[in-house]
Design a binder for this molecule. Structure first.
Ligand SMILES: [Zn+2]
Length: 146
């Protein structure tokens, strides 16, 4: 049996990440005028901009994993994922499993090879959710001591 996954995911507000009304104009980027103002004011602050854009990209990855999960997919080639907007360089955690690295996107875990993500699973225990952290890259021991 074959399933077709819709190419488009539901758009989110670029500022707060809330889902946009699907009946709005297709080029709408913000949920309200306040979010639009905040977004444009924060563009002058690179740190704030980085946090916002990274969070929005992680939420998009999560939406795509949700869609795969709900339609029964437990693997997909990375090219198809990138076309849908999935960014394989962003994770909320990485840990070492018995047979390789396990990547985390909030409540989802998956493994990654050169051409695909696979062994997609959803971890919903309270312990797991409390331990979610943004370990994007190793931090040098003395990086923050100066
Ligand atoms: Zn918003």
């Amino acid at each position: 049996m074959a399933y077709k996954i819709p190419e488009e995911t539901t758009p989110r507000c670029l500022e707060c990440g809330n889902l946009l009304n699907r009946y709005d104009r297709s080029d709408k980027k913000f949920c309200c005028p306040s979010c639009k103002d905040k977004y444009h004011n924060d563009r002058k602050n690179p740190s704030r901009h980085l946090i916002r854009s990274t969070t929005a990209a992680l939420l998009k990855n999560h939406d795509i994993l949700d869609r795969l999960w709900e339609t029964g997919f437990r693997m997909m080639d990375t090219e198809s994922l990138r076309r849908r907007g999935f960014d394989t360089s962003l994770v909320t955690g990485v840990r070492r499993g018995r047979s390789g690295l396990i990547y985390e996107c909030f409540d989802y875990v998956y493994r990654l090879s050169e051409n695909r993500i696979f062994s997609i699973n959803r971890v919903l225990s309270v312990d797991k959710v409390e331990n979610v952290s943004l370990n994007l890259r190793p931090v040098e021991n003395n990086q923050f001591t100066k």
